[in-house]
Design a protein around this ligand. Sequence first.
Ligand SMILES: [Zn+2]
Length: 86
Amino acid sequence: MEGHTDAPCPNCDHPVNDRPRAGGVTVCLNCGAWLVPDGESKLRGMSRSEAEQMPGPVQSTLIKASRLILQRGGAAPAEATEEDHE
Ligand SMILES: [Zn+2]
């Protein structure tokens, strides 16, 4: 087991290689979840109250980032294709 490889997103299990430092926050590139460090090598989802305590510019950056991620959905956004969400 390696100690400092990608930590999985606790929300969707996608590996997150942008590990935030203590007090930092990152966004899962797969599901757009806001993640904060939890111990040495783990991540956990940011709670709503933590999110509310962040400065406004940080919040809006994160909101934009997760919107882009969710819009992208991993595919080219040429046309609005319908995804069956099952
Ligand atoms: Zn995720």
